[in-house]
Structure formats: structure tokens, C-alpha cells
Design a protein around this ligand. Sequence first.
Ligand code: HBI
Ligand code: FE
Length: 300
Amino acid sequence: MSSKEHIRSLSEAGLCSKNRYKHAPHGPDFIIDQDWKSYSAAEHDRWDRLFARQLEVIQGRACQETLRAISTLKLSEGGIPDMAVLSSRLREITGWEVVPVAELVPDDVFFDHLANKRFPAGAFIRPEAELDYLEEPDIFHDIFGHIPMLADQNFSDFMQAYGKGGQRAMGLGQLKNLARLYWYTVEFGLVKEAGEMRIFGAGILSSPTETIFSLEADSPHRIAFDLERVMKTDYIIDDFQKTYFVIESFQSLLEACYSDFDPVYKAVKDQADIAPHETLPTDTLFNAGTLTYFHNKAAH
Ligand code: HBI
Ligand code: FE
């Protein structure tokens, strides 16, 4: 048998593909069986190493809501969490649950889950070779990054409102603007806490290097959150952010998004997009970045 045929037979047996859940059966809601017993000791050990390292890095950098929920939800009990067990704890607090999916699900399915207080989390764990960075969300990004904040009432209400808003945005062709709101808050948001800046974005919380970069590097801009400004601002998906937006509180984020999005959609509809490296005279800047990190990368 040729090596290609050998690899194909292995991947058909789900032995060597990076994501062994890729072909798991699912219904229209894309929920699969997490099959928690199928995780190997090596996979549990990888989760423990990712968890221990990131828990250390986020001390003094993640917002209180995240740090508190990591212990309330008993995420430190070791091994890859069983989502059914995690959901029973989360449901007690804010009524949310986490459901296993194989990979990114279609936007309309994603919004429907959020609108019904379900967070779809990838069931696969990243391979050893991608320990520090991977493109698609694995179980560590989704559970360590996203789930703790769903134990906060204001933030989880925002996520449900986002899901409902997403369903409407699709109808209005405004998905791009709404995806930016998600990106610059849920994935890469910073929040003011007792006069300091802290992290709540999942994309940062699940990355050891970006956890430090987002708060301490001189390169990125840090700009006060403004709904219209965020909805107009483009973003990059394969590197650190050039701009981080800072919310005053989760209550203020929720209030900004409870107002009907329609007038904001109208306001942004005909206006030009803003590039991620730009700042505007109307911005409330916590700091204008040097963008050195990005210039150096471009130079090589
Ligand atoms: N699916 N499983 C999953 N997780 C996500 O974060 C996700 C998704 N589908 C669509 C999506 N995110 C983005 O389009 C959001 O910006 C809406
Ligand atoms: Fe995410």
C-alpha cells in the first residue's frame, strides 16, 4: 500500500485527521455527540498543559468575571471538560449551556443557538504541533475562552441579544457589520476594571502571546468602544489585532446593543469601512499605537 493510501486509510479510520469529529453525524442544529469517553490520555494531558499555562498568564490580565467563573465552573478539575456536566453548572447560573459541534457552523445556525442560550463549542482539541496558535476554534479556545464569560448575567444577555440581532442582520444584509461587533468584543474585547484595562475577549484569553500583547505592547491602538465605529472597522484574522476596543462595562455593552440596531445599520450603510490600523479624530484614544510590530512583520 502506498504511503498516500496508508494516510487515507488512517484518516478514514479518523486516526490521523486533525479533527476527528469532522464527519460526526449531526441534525440541522449541527450538534454532535462529544463522546467524552473517546478522548485519549494524551488529549486530556494536552488540555491540562494548555489550561495550566493560560491560567497563569491571565492572572492580573483577565477581567474578574472570567477569573471568578473559571473556579465557579470548576474548569480546573483536570482533563477535557464534559460539556454536559459543564452545561449543568452553567445553566444554574445564567441558563446557558454549551453544545458540542464539529467545527464552525453556518451563521444562521450559530445565531439561532445564541438566541436560545446555547454556545456551540468545537469538540476537537488542537494537535501538539498547533499548541500555540490555530486558525479554527478548538475546544480549548471555545471553553477556556468563551464559556466563563457566559456565567456573567450582563454579558450572557448581550450574547443572546447578539444572536437575535444576527438573525435580523442576515435578513437586512448587515452581517459584515455584526460580525465586526462580535470580533471586537466577544473575541478581542478589553474592559475597564477599577481604572485598569482587563481582557474579556475569547480570542485573547485563549492565546498566551496575545494576552500579553493586547494589554502591554506599544504597537496596537486602544480605543474606547463605540458601536458605530466598531461596525465600520475591518479586522485581520491571522495575526494580533492592530486595534483593541475598550468597553466601560458589560452593562454598557448590553445597553449599547439593546437599542435597536436599525438606525446604526442605516448610519454605517453608506459610510466607508475603516482599516484596522487607522485612528479617527473622533476616537477616544486610550493610546495611539506605534504599529511597530506590524511594520516589522511587513518589512520581512
Ligand atoms: N460557529 N461553532 C461556531 N463558532 C463560532 O464562533 C462561529 C460559528 N459560526 C459563525 C461565526 N462564529 C461567525 O460568523 C460570527 O461572527 C457570527
Ligand atoms: Fe471564538
